[in-house]
Design a binder for this molecule. Structure first.
Ligand code: NAD
Length: 299
């Protein structure tokens, strides 16, 4: 299968490399020269333009920073994609943008899926990503074997935009639960409870969650968590903030009340603006400590 891959950044390049390893013929494109050079060094054929990346491809994949870029790139790709080409967007974008991309594909008579991922750069490199897919059953069936070269779990979440909806809802849970775990550790500190004691109880009791047992925000209990390496990401706060802002845009557009999601968004925004943007999102525990130092609520 000939695959055109657009957006060869932290996620896109390792994903494109895994497609190559699985035997697909991959042509990549990125606006950044450094990304094109890295792709060429990895053995990926590099297209001279976006239109070029579309030529001869049976599948086109985009892995871009935001929804406007996806819509802009899809305009060009759809104008140059041969009949029968499948379009896959794996970026994390607004549900409304994902639906607009599907509509553009339908207008051009091309099949498409939204297929955002979780698993981060580690999962992208190891081909163990989870794909959350939105689109028709027929488009999903076509995308499935291609996604299988880059991921371990592929879930058909529903129609157009359902993949993005699942991604955004999941990450809202994650953002909120990391703050809950952080507040519990800070309260425990004030109560004279050791981190290990709280971990030993909560990790096997009803407080158990991924934020605690895999990405624990204090050093010690989970030696591989970012807290043990100065909060080097991992999953950067800037990306968590992006996903939470998407959750709030969706909540506003679709009339959902998400009070904790809204408050979590404010806390990550404050943490990102005060030096935390590039650190792992579990560093939010330091913002919780700062709020405590400033006095209850910090406002
Ligand atoms: P990145 O910034 O490393 O890569 C994006 C790439 O797109 C860059 O190389 C950039 O030059 C390229 N690009 C921008 N505009 C372009 C255009 N018009 N044409 C071609 N290329 C263009 O970002 P990333 O970390 O790879 O993330 C990509 C997407 O995946 C984002 O939507 C992000 O939210 C999502 N995501 C990231 C992670 C993660 O851990 N990094 C995890 C899950 C999902």
């Amino acid at each position: 299968m000939k695959v055109g891959f657009v957006g060869l950044g932290n996620m896109g390049l390792p994903m494109a490399i895994n497609l190559l390893k699985a035997g697909h013929e991959v042509t990549g494109y990125d606006v950044a020269q450094a990304a094109r050079d890295a792709a060429a060094s990895a053995g990926i054929a590099v297209a001279a333009s976006l239109a070029d990346a579309a030529h001869g491809a049976g599948t086109l994949i985009t892995m871009l920073p935001n929804g406007s870029l996806v819509l802009e790139c899809w305009r060009t790709l759809l104008a140059h994609a041969a009949p029968g080409t499948l379009l896959i967007d794996s970026s994390t974008i607004d549900v409304a943008d994902a639906r607009a991309a599907h509509a553009a594909a339908a207008l051009a008579d091309r099949q498409a899926v939204d297929a955002p991922v979780s698993g981060g750069t580690g999962g992208a490199a190891a081909a163990t990503l989870t794909f959350m897919v939105g689109g028709t059953g027929e488009a999903f069936a076509r995308a499935q074997p291609i996604l299988a070269a880059m991921g371990r779990k592929i879930v058909h979440c529903g129609d157009q935009g359902a993949g993005q909806a699942a991604k955004i809802c999941n990450n809202m849970i994650l953002g909120i639960s990391m703050i809950a775990v952080s507040e519990a550790f800070v309260l425990g500190e004030k109560l004279g409870l050791t981190h290990q004691a709280l971990f030993d109880v909560a990790s096997t009791a009803s407080g158990q969650c991924w934020a605690l047992t895999t990405n624990c925000p204090v050093p010690g209990p989970v030696p591989t968590s970012p807290a043990n390496r100065g909060y080097a990401p991992g999953f950067a706060t800037a990306l968590m903030l992006k996903d939470l802002l998407l959750s709030q845009a969706c909540a506003a557009a679709f009339g959902a009340e998400t009070a904790l999601g809204a408050h979590a968004t404010e806390l990550y925004a404050r943490y990102a603006a005060t030096g935390g943007a590039a650190t792992d999102f579990s560093g939010i525990i330091n913002a919780v400590r700062q709020i405590n130092a400033e006095g209850r609520g910090g406002e």
